[in-house]
Design a protein around this ligand. Structure first.
Ligand code: HT7
Ligand code: ZN
Length: 894
């Protein structure tokens, strides 16, 4: 298919004022009557009405109650119902369309589908056209009335957006429910659910004094796992009111969970549909990170009620308008829920780690695109970490430039201007700037917006020179950005650099500096780069300082700076900025890893030097530090992150080096790991709060290290204790950590532990996902993981049709196990080809995500590169590829 370009945007030729939908729900043949009030858009030239449709059977079309002529256009993008002979002029007219579809056969999980005998919809981005013919674009917003009719025994619960206005009994054991949504919305926010579900209910009164009913619908056996989601929803509502003055605008707010879902969750107005993974959590079945995932995603979808639903996107190129902003909001929400500053810092580090390990590679690979893309073939391929996570960083930089209060004012202005509209990223940035006319953002807005337009991760190069005679320190900062597909040359970005100077003894030094030959005097801890290069001269310094730059990761850039080991050790020990403290450890570890990767010969047993090991010991022993922070500092950079620093990547060598580093730290710090584990043993009753979760995370890391250290000596004490912990644990975090310590160390107790784990949780799908995932992502030993994965594909619990299960096994192997996947015999890639093709026939969206596992193949060393190219070409040679997979593969080969 050919690409759609942002520059070609045109307003719709017709507006739809109201939509009345009537569904007769039947898995094999659902009938849909769609009655719309339309009128021509007087602002565009008169033309035919073209309605999108996909996999629909058309029965009848009426205009103002009369039969009419129509034709069907089939393009490379699907079908359109074309109506030429519509009433002339601006008067509204009625269009009725009768169609049928087959939800039971809908394996794409877009449009109306059936999961475990329950009907669900997924309409973002272009799923509504699989339900009825429609102007399926986000700038067409209408008022919806929806009637659902279905068998009462099989589908006792009938839900749609808005308020329930009528329900009753029909003939033949059927019943109906009628829902009216008081807000106009684009089709992508439409939803219905019908099935046998039960709800946890909560009535609340908002600060503004309004009463609301909150409901979380799940299958009967899951009700006891919904408390955390409900609490998260209540916290989200309170937070949005307190921080941004945004109140819940609905009498009823519903969440429904399904175990078959392409993504995490969907913000349909008043009727959010969630992957069970982000709703269900109990002490016995969910880890701390599952609990925090539920909190973030419940928050994220709730925050969309304003940033996405009340103000939506004009077109899909503006996707980050709602997604970047809403990720920023959910990140801030989770941070604001942290009682301690240290926990906020941990959350920031975790968010940055995702950005750098997933988004930076995307921005450097064949799928690189701006936060506001210029072209796409298949929009679902653009629900990316760039749109979401980098988009959130762009919003965060705006907040940094205007301040927290200024940003809140900007949000208020944004809603004053655009409530009920479909708008662009420009409209958002303009509102934030206009509300803060004196800010850097307002002064630099056109340049700042390059963050939306230019792809690629900018690099900031920093170099310092101390002049003892003048007691001054000169810091030069320069920026560049590598070429990306279709963008060979980049203009300078606006880059907020939060900075400080640290003395060798750790003291914070005063900031008095001049900028660019003394034009500007400054003392601010935030310097904003606007040009290719800047020179900052700091005065009044008695000794050479250590610069602490990009504090809190104040911009999504790569900072190149040649610190000495001693400087990094100073920052690690003393920086008042926790992010840069953690970053110093990462830089040191990375330095050792890269040296060992690029050295000739076998990987040495001692990759780390004594100073680094002792610094890690000091962190582990430091009583003033939180366990969660220690766990982050003591976790080595991932194999993927190490690979990103290299021009030529040998995944096996990286794996061997990192494993050697892990073993070295495990052995050298053995007594300290033991002390850390023992300190965690009597933790009291379970709570998923960040401090307690941090203690469990550190205990888990300790257990991993104690088992690693035990392996070479054949010591059985720690594996035995680990097995005991696995059996006795009163929560899933401790149990899963113990299990993965045994699996990761390849200990013989791993086998009985895995069997026991499976037997304990046979009926818990989300736990069985963990069981698959843990095995698929275990460290590869002599190529043992691929055969195991192939064997697990035949397990009765495996189903490639279920996205969660596919992610837990196939994705966990191809994306989460570099050494297992990048095999010198190419068998990992051959497996990937098979799975991409098999998946594409079932669910192209999920297949296209899997297709991205080889995005970075051009960086691979021999023999991997040639084998990967051949594998990608084999996928490309398939004649029946979806547009989704074809776009990813074509870009990879370009
Ligand atoms: N806005 C939601 C996007 C989404 C989605 C997109 C394509 C296919 C399936 C999907 N399910 C949900 C999710 C969110 O960002 O909140
Ligand atoms: Zn979202």
């Amino acid at each position: 298919a050919t690409a759609i370009h942002r520059a070609d945007y045109q307003a719709p030729a017709y507006w739809i004022a109201t939509v009345e939908l009537c569904f007769d729900l039947d898995p094999a043949k659902t009938r849909v009557l769609n009655r719309m009030q339309l009128r021509r858009n007087p602002d565009v030239p008169a033309q035919a009405l073209r309605l999108d449709g996909e996999e629909l059977n058309l029965a009848r079309v009426l205009v103002n109650g009369q039969g009419t002529s129509f034709r069907m256009d089939t393009t490379e993008r699907g079908q359109q119902l074309v109506l030429e002979n519509l009433p002339e002029g601006d008067e509204p007219f009625t269009l009725e369309i009768f169609t049928t579809c087959c939800p039971a056969k809908n394996t794409k999980l877009m449009g109306l589908f059936v999961s475990q005998d329950t009907f669900f919809t997924q309409c973002e981005a272009e799923g509504f056209r699989r339900i009825t013919y429609f102007l399926d674009r986000p700038d067409v917003m209408a008022l919806y009335t929806v009637t659902l009719r279905a068998d009462r025994d099989k589908y006792p619960v009938l839900l749609s957006n808005g308020n329930l206005v009528e329900e009753g009994t029909l003939d033949d054991g059927r019943h109906f429910a009628k829902w009216v949504d008081p807000f106009k919305k684009p089709a992508y926010l439409f939803a219905l659910v019908a099935g046998k579900l039960v709800a946890r209910e909560q009535r609340i009164r908002s600060r503004a004094g309004n009463d609301h009913l909150l409901q979380i619908f799940v299958r009967r056996g899951d009700l006891d796992k919904t408390e955390h989601a409900m609490l998260s929803l209540m916290h989200s509502i309170a937070w949005d009111e307190a921080r941004f003055g945004l109140t819940l605008d609905l009498e009823r707010f519903m969440i429904v969970a399904t175990s078959d879902f392409n993504m995490g969750a969907m913000e349909n107005k008043g009727l959010n549909i969630f992957n069970t993974k982000y709703v269900l959590a109990s002490q016995a079945t969910a880890t701390d990170s599952d609990f925090s995932g539920v909190e973030s995603v419940v928050g994220h979808e709730y925050f969309h009620n304003w940033t996405g639903d009340r103000v939506t996107c004009r077109d899909w190129f503006q996707l980050s308008l709602k997604e970047g902003l809403t990720v920023f909001r959910d990140q801030e929400f989770s941070m604001d829920l942290c009682a301690e500053a240290s926990a906020r810092a941990v959350k920031r580090i975790e968010d940055v780690r995702v950005l750098r390990t997933v988004q930076f590679p995307e921005d450097a690979g064949p799928m690189a695109h701006p936060v506001r893309p210029d072209a796409y073939i298949e929009i679902s391929n653009f629900y990316t970490v760039t749109i979401y996570e980098k988009g959130a960083e762009v919003v965060r930089m705006m907040q940094t430039l205007v301040g927290r209060d200024g940003f809140a004012k900007g949000m208020t202005l944004y809603f004053e201007r655009h409530d009920g509209q479909a708008v662009t990223c420009d409209d958002f940035a303009q509102a934030i700037a206009d509300a803060n006319p004196q800010s850097h953002l307002a002064a630099l807005l056109p340049q700042f917006k390059r963050w939306y337009a230019q792809a690629g991760t900018p690099r900031v190069h920093a170099a310092g020179h101390y002049d003892a005679e003048n007691r001054s320190y000169t810091l030069t900062l320069s920026q560049s950005c590598p070429p990306t597909p279709d963008q060979p040359v980049k203009e300078p970005f606006v880059i907020p650099v939060a900075l400080g100077l640290v003395a060798a003894n750790g003291a914070a030094l005063p900031l008095q500096y001049t900028v660019d030959s003394g034009e500007t005097n400054a003392s601010e801890a935030l310097f904003t780069m606007t040009q290719a290069g800047h020179t900052l001269v700091f005065h009044g310094l008695d000794a050479e300082p250590v610069p602490s730059l990009l504090r809190g990761f104040s911009a999504p850039v790569i900072l190149d700076i040649e610190y000495s080991d001693a400087q990094l050790l100073t920052l690690l020990a003393h920086d008042s900025d926790p992010f840069n403290r953690w970053e110093a450890a990462q830089r040191l570890a990375l330095r050792h890893a890269l040296n060992a990767v690029s050295a000739e010969g076998d990987v040495p047993a001692q990759v780390l030097d004594g100073a680094f090991v002792e610094a890690m010991r000091a962190i582990l022993r430091e009583p003033a530090l939180d366990a969660a922070f220690k766990e982050l500092v003591l976790t080595l950079p991932s194999e993927g992150y190490i690979a990103e620093q290299l021009a030529v990547v040998d995944p096996q060598r990286i794996h061997a080096v990192r494993e050697a580093m892990r073993l070295q730290l495990a052995v050298a710090l053995q007594p300290d790991w033991a002390a850390a584990w023992e300190a965690s043993e009597h933790n009291g009753s379970y709570s998923p709060d960040p401090l307690s979760a941090g203690r469990r995370a550190l205990a888990g890391l300790a257990l991993v290290n104690l088992n690693l250290a035990a392996a070479p000596t054949g010591d059985t004490v720690w594996p035995g204790r680990t097995y005991q912990r696995f059996k006795d644990a009163d929560n899933m975090t401790d149990r899963a950590n113990a299990l993965s310590a045994l699996v990761g160390a390849g200990h013989e107790l791993a086998k009985p532990a895995l069997e026991r784990f499976h037997a304990l949780f046979t009926d818990e799908a989300l736990v069985i996902d963990k069981w698959f995932q843990m095995q698929a992502s275990a460290p590869d030993r002599g190529g043992d993981i691929l055969p195991l994965v192939k064997q697990l594909m035949k397990h009765p619990d495996f189903s490639i049709q279920n996205p969660n299960r596919a992610r837990s096994l196939v994705f966990a192997y191809c994306n989460g196990n570099p050494a297992g996947f990048h095999r010198a015999d190419g068998a990992g890639y051959a497996f990937w080809v098979e799975q991409v093709l098999a998946m594409d026939a079932i669910n192209p969206q999920v297949a296209a995500r899997l297709a991205r596992a080889l995005d970075r193949w051009k960086k691979l060393a021999a023999p991997y590169q040639a084998l990967a190219r051949e594998a990608i070409s084999r996928v490309a040679a398939s004649t029946s590829l979806s547009n989704d997979v074809r776009e990813v593969i074509t870009r990879a080969l370009a």
